[in-house]
Unconditional design. Structure first.
Ligand code: PLP
Length: 284
């Protein structure tokens, strides 16, 4: 495997950034993940504009033009011979002697990796439906910025894995679901209404979430962009999560409580199908 690091392509095994990189010391950096279909990037523009926003919010300089970045992503995909999989981009504030305050005139560090994924595995899980567990959301107040500071997310995902579950569904101090540890969360409530938390809340504005919202409108599905509680999720007809790497994943049990009839529901199934069809078609 090959990784892009600050302007050069290096063998993945020994590709490195400096020990005083601010990503390493302060989690002072942001990232994006694109899914790759047939060697092409899904929703290139959507992830690119969120990247620009994350960098701007943290006052990290934009390291290269959109065109140059597109070329680096493509080249990393090509060098790793990825047909289907993901490409990961990380931009940190760069390497400087350790000091909490920002360094001056330090170029950002840029790392890109790509890996192949077996789409059939994801399809098999989606056909069966995955397990979820709930977990308190203990993150900071700027979850709208896609930073590499993922320790609370990692702790939640680990708790899920230890209970044999695929995803941790996070809830706030009011018992309302925020999102998943690495996904946005949705339900089809008892009244058949599709619900997902609004982006005024402290959550990541998922690019897959945004794409699904458009499809929901096109499909004429009734939507209520409004918070739902853990209890509502457990009583829901359907629960599912969305992310660039897992598309639309039905959740068929939550903390061991069966959701609906314990099988992926019609709305999640339909949205997965139309999302994948569109993502493939529009990949560049
Ligand atoms: N929420 C969190 C916390 C995430 O980490 C992610 C993706 O990594 C998402 C939601 C889904 O975002 P996207 O659809 O842009 O991949």
């Amino acid at each position: 495997r090959i990784a892009y690091v600050n302007g050069t392509y290096q063998p993945h095994n020994n590709a490195t950034v400096h020990i005083e990189d601010r990503g390493f010391q302060f989690a002072d950096g942001v990232y994006e993940v694109w899914s790759v279909f047939d060697g092409k990037l899904a929703d290139f523009e959507g992830h690119l504009s969120r990247l620009a926003r994350s960098l701007t919010e943290l006052r990290i300089p934009i390291p290269m033009t959109a065109q140059a970045l597109g070329q680096v992503l493509k080249e990393t995909i090509r060098r790793n011979r990825v047909r289907n999989g993901i490409v990961y981009l990380q931009v940190t504030r760069g390497t400087a002697p350790r000091d909490h305050a920002f360094p001056q005139d330090t170029p950002p560090s840029v790392v890109v990796t790509a890996k192949s994924l077996d789409l059939r595995k994801g399809e098999a899980l989606a056909a069966k439906g995955a397990a979820g567990v709930t977990h308190p959301d203990i993150r900071w107040g700027r979850c709208d910025i896609k930073t590499v500071g993922l320790l609370p997310n990692a702790l939640a995902k680990q708790a899920a894995r230890e209970r044999g579950a695929y995803e941790a569904i996070l809830f706030d101090e009011m018992g309302m679901v925020t999102e998943g540890s690495s996904t946005n969360a949705w339900i089809v409530d008892e009244n058949g209404r599709l619900r997902t938390r609004d982006t005024q809340a402290n959550i990541l504005r998922g690019i897959t979430r945004a794409a699904i919202l458009k499809l929901v409108e096109a499909e004429g599905i009734e939507l209520d962009e409004r918070a739902f509680s853990v209890e509502e999720a457990k009583r829901a007809r359907e629960v599912f999560v969305t992310a660039a790497s897992s598309f639309v994943m039905p959740i068929v049990s939550l903390d061991g409580t069966r959701i609906g009839d314990g099988k992926p529901g019609p709305i999640a199934t339909r949205l997965r199908e139309v999302y994948l069809e569109q993502a493939r078609r529009e990949a560049i």
